[in-house]
Ligand binder design. Structure first.
Ligand SMILES: Nc1nc2c(ncn2[C@@H]2O[C@H](COP(=O)(O)OP(=O)(O)OP(=O)(O)O)[C@@H](O)[C@H]2O)c(=O)[nH]1
Ligand SMILES: [Mg+2]
Length: 451
């Protein structure tokens, strides 16, 4: 990617009324540009790095604001260039006015351009740059923890270790190819197969963490399904602890789906109240039910709710849409049944609850995270958190598969070495050792301006 060396500036805090706002300037001219408009006891050109200086910003002799300016000299800054941070009073008017003055001699930064420069100047790896974006958008304890671990380099280091192994194997193979006629120790074929199989298992395990990573970042999608009137919307409201959905004794109350978000044990959970899967002739209901199908197919967990009648037909339809291990069977309105009846439902694997009596709901909540929660150690070891990373690891695993195949088919080590090179390239893409402009543009375009 071409590095534009011009000096950029932007507002780095959200616009609005606040204690302070921060503007950032980065590039060769940063100190010069700011020193033109900023007056303090000592010239910022002579200030040491990482020092905050109090002073005034003026425009054509007119005072704009009293500010604090911090100088970060290259290469010891976020971007690796000269960086100035200006903290002014948190007013939209003042902040915009200072930005306008800066823009006379600098260019407005593109979204994520400060972080992009940090990456291009080798201050951070690509997974860390991605983690910066995740840190800014993290809404729950676990998504924050995952972003923080990635920012600290957990995934970067995990990938690097795999790359070192791949390079070692390849070096052995290439030596063997180059010095075939000479009397070198031959490669231990069995050992190589064993090592590559282990490596492949590690890649598969890493690829699988992507499922958890996406749930951590985008939320666990949970949909509520069942016959009319079983209490889907009542459970939806109970989970949210607010009367969000309309609840009535009239069957077919919910027509279009509703989506709301809760935080559960630090996880973001996106709950969908649906119209269910029943057959109908009503045109509006039909559209609602069609939408339910889409929601259900994309759910990580589905609450299949009954209020007595086991509703086998709808369950069958449901089990064709999603994996059965995603379905959680729920009996609502437990207040209507005696102990023996409830025991029978429990035996059949139903979670028993009553929104009317407010019972069984914490058990229901816990069931949502069953098989989903991951340990802090796993997060610390490094997990994948986006589709780009998952695709690259899957590609690397496929190449190692091919490498193993070539050995098993006795195709010659040239083929094996080639496949391992492909695997390395895929992993290098993740940490940004080799990237295309498209990949970089995609990553940074999702950032806000000023980061
Ligand atoms: N006895 C009893 N009634 C309940 C309970 N939960 C919900 N209900 C009642 O069941 C009726 C239907 O509840 P809803 O939550 O609207 O049911 P729904 O499944 O969303 O219904 P549709 O949107 O029409 O498909 C309402 O009259 C609720 O008050 C419960 O735990 N016990
Ligand atoms: Mg409803």
């Amino acid at each position: 990617m071409e590095y534009s060396h011009d000096t950029i500036s932007a507002i780095s805090t959200p616009l609005g009324i606040g204690g302070i706002s921060v503007l950032r300037v980065s590039g060769d001219k940063a100190i010069n540009v700011v020193s033109e408009i900023f007056k303090s006891k000592t010239d910022i050109k002579n200030q040491p790095s990482h020092k905050a200086i109090f002073g005034r910003i003026s425009d054509a002799e007119k005072l704009v604001d009293e500010v604090i300016v911090t100088v970060f000299k290259a290469p010891h800054s976020y971007t690796g260039e000269e960086v100035i941070e200006i903290s002014c009073h948190g007013s939209t008017f003042i902040t915009n006015q200072i930005l306008q003055i800066l823009l006379r001699n600098t260019r407005l930064a593109e979204p994520g351009e400060f972080t992009q420069r940090a990456f291009l100047n080798d201050k951070i790896g690509l997974t860390q740059a991605e983690a910066v974006g995740d840190l800014l958008t993290a809404k729950t304890r676990i998504s924050h923890l995952a972003a923080l671990q990635q920012y600290e380099g957990s995934l970067h280091n995990r990938i690097k270790k795999l790359l070192t192994q791949l390079t070692d194997f390849r070096t052995q193979l290439e030596l063997e190819i180059d010095f075939l006629e000479q009397d070198l120790d031959e490669i231990d074929n069995d050992n190589l197969v064993k090592n590559l199989t282990t490596l492949n298992r590690e890649l598969d395990q890493l690829a699988k963490t992507g499922e958890e990573g996406l749930i951590i970042k985008d939320g666990l999608k949970v949909s509520l399904v069942g016959a009319p009137n079983v209490g889907k919307s009542s459970i939806f409201n109970s989970l949210l602890e607010t009367e969000r959905a309309i609840v009535t004794p009239i069957p077919g109350t919910t027509r279009d789906y509703l989506e709301e978000v809760i935080s559960l044990n630090g996880y973001l959970v996106r709950i969908f109240d649906t119209a269910g899967l029943r057959a109908t002739t009503d045109q509006i209901e039909k559209i609602g039910i069609k939408r339910s199908y889409e929601i259900i197919k994309n759910s990580h967990k589905v609450l299949f709710i009954i209020d007595g009648n086991e509703n086998k037909k709808e369950y069958n339809t449901l089990s064709k849409l999603v994996d059965e291990n995603k379905i959680i069977k729920v009996l609502n309105k437990s207040d209507k049944f005696n102990k023996i009846e409830l025991q029978a439902f429990k035996k059949k694997g139903y979670i028993i609850c009553s929104t009317q009596e407010n019972s069984g709901l914490s058990k229901l909540k816990n069931s949502l995270l069953y098989n989903i929660e991951i340990s802090e150690e796993e997060l610390h070891a490094g997990i994948l958190t986006n589709a780009r990373q998952i695709a690259a690891v899957t590609k690397a695993a496929k190449s190692v598969d091919k490498a193993l195949e070539s050995i098993n088919n006795g195709m010659g080590y040239e083929f094996t070495a080639f496949d391992l090179k492909e695997a390395s390239s895929a992993l290098e893409e993740i940490i940004g050792k080799v990237t295309t402009d498209d990949i970089l543009n995609n990553i940074f375009a999702n950032f806000c301006i000023g980061k």
